[in-house]
Design a protein around this ligand. Structure first.
Ligand code: ZN
Length: 477
């Protein structure tokens, strides 16, 4: 048996403590590894001067729907620092909530827990992300067995299941003030009300209270039935051979929504499929489209607050926060899809545009030529995003992206049905890019960063260079 010099679990057993949190609180300080843990001191923060990743640009809008997105790092920070417990407290809570029982775990899990516990005790504010990216931790993990490492990864997911109280989370969410869109704003309002009623309980517990669950569920069912009833007048004059199966489909759908087990998944999808097997056969294509149109208005968790609440209640305790944040965060979208049989797009910035999480999950592998038919706003919004990116390149803020506008322009053109000679549906104007201007501004910013000089002083100093770049620009235009 391979056991570390001092094992908190054997300590627990030897001391016969009854209560697990008592055990955690009383674990000896000597449990800590003798190698001292170093947390690197803060260096001068260059990130406020330069950005290397488009997802980190302030106020970038989604290239598809056009919403203002939450910077990727702000999203991560919120999840890691506010939604998930710090490692040390999280481990204690896990034991308290019975998510883990140190006595009953297998040996690798005991070892992993012990390792994490000892380490996080040194710095009790340490977040999950800080733990897993810490150099010392990474180094120590090399000494653990594969099973122990796997257990350590499982612990990360387990800590994520411990949720803060609704009162705390709503306060933090309010402080973050993310760029919520219509649905998210509605969800936020609901959460605000719930948190006011039960500030000490977590959202998942609240949403699963029978009396609260019933409110959202009944409201959702009412909308579903109303939508189905809207089909009746459309089909009333159809030939019997279509009218009858459609009427049956309405009844069957009502059953699916109201009488089937509540946690059955894909109800909406099944209902739509039930109808399309009939409408696909219909000669009257206009009527068929009309029916499908009505079905598309069936509430789902992406467009309806009640459906959203019902859905997240079934998920993990922190899912509500994870989903809210992930829908508005800035993500990299592969212009040429990553998993396409004949042509895999590369995973680097020459193949990325930024989409909000909601839009990113929608496109899958559809080509933009087809995708923009359903999302015509994407054409203008892609240009809007490009304008902003070019602005940041010209300002000298976004680094290492000088070739980006041209590269992505070509990829978007091809992916939206163009060729090297013809224009696709998304054809960007990148003429505002001014590399000379960018070079000057980068130099100014670099100087400002290293010397702390003001922009005005630097322009005085770099005046000639500055004028030179402006002259060049006017010659071209
Ligand atoms: Zn979007």
């Amino acid at each position: 048996m391979k056991i570390s010099a001092i094992n908190t679990y054997s300590y627990y057993k030897n001391h016969g403590l009854q209560n697990t949190s008592q055990y955690l609180m009383s674990a000896p300080a000597t449990c800590l590894q003798s190698d001292s843990v170093s947390f690197s001191g803060k260096t001068k923060n260059k990130s406020s001067y330069f950005v290397y990743d488009m997802r980190e640009l302030e106020g970038l809008t989604c290239a598809c729907c056009g919403i203002k997105m939450l910077k990727a790092s702000d999203a991560n920070k919120f999840l890691n620092n506010k939604v998930y417990y710090p490692v040390y407290e999280g481990l204690n809570k896990m034991v308290e909530n019975g998510l883990i029982n140190p006595n009953r775990e297998n040996e690798p899990m005991q070892k992993a827990f012990s390792f994490m516990y000892k380490f996080s005790r040194e710095n009790q504010q340490m977040t999950l992300n800080e733990f897993y990216t810490n150099d010392y931790v990474k180094h120590q993990r090399k000494k653990l067995t594969a099973a122990e490492n796997k257990a350590l990864d499982e612990l990360r997911e387990k800590i994520k299941l411990v949720a803060h109280s609704s009162g705390y989370l709503i306060t933090e969410l309010t402080k973050l003030n993310p760029p919520f869109q219509e649905l998210e704003q509605k969800v936020y309002k609901e959460l605000y009300t719930l948190a006011k009623m039960r500030p000490d309980e977590d959202f998942n517990t609240i949403l699963n209270k029978p009396e609260i669950k019933k409110i959202y569920l009944n409201s959702l069912k009412a909308k579903q039935l109303r939508t189905l009833n809207n089909i009746q007048p459309v089909i009333k004059d159809l030939p019997y051979k279509y009218k009858k199966p459609l009427e049956d489909a309405i009844e069957e759908s009502k059953y699916i929504f109201t009488d089937e087990k509540e946690n059955t998944i894909h109800k909406r999808k099944r209902v739509i499929e039930t109808f399309s097997t009939i409408t696909n056969r219909m000669q009257d294509k206009q009527k068929a489209a009309e029916i499908q149109e009505i079905l598309n208005t069936l509430p789902n968790s992406k467009n309806d607050v009640d459906a959203f609440m019902v859905r997240v209640a079934k998920k993990d305790p922190n899912a509500i926060m994870e989903i809210l944040i992930s829908r508005i965060r800035s993500t990299n979208e592969h212009v040429i899809p990553h998993h396409r049989e004949d042509n895999n797009g590369p995973s680097n910035k020459t193949n990325y545009i930024c989409l909000c999480g909601k839009c990113n999950s929608e496109r899958q592998r559809t080509s933009y030529e087809i995708f923009v038919e359903h999302h015509p706003e994407m054409i203008a919004n892609t240009q809007r995003q490009m304008d902003k990116i070019i602005y940041f390149i010209n300002k000298g803020i976004l680094l290492n992206h000088d070739d980006y506008p041209e590269a992505i322009k070509q990829r978007l053109n091809i992916e939206s049905g163009g060729t090297t000679k013809t224009r696709g549906k998304i054809y960007l104007d990148t003429s505002a890019l001014d590399i000379n201007q960018a070079k000057v501004n980068r130099k100014l910013r670099e100087e400002k960063f290293s010397t702390g000089k003001t922009q005005r002083k630097l322009i005085e100093e770099f005046g000639e260079l500055y004028k030179h770049s402006n002259r060049k620009k006017s010659k071209h235009s």
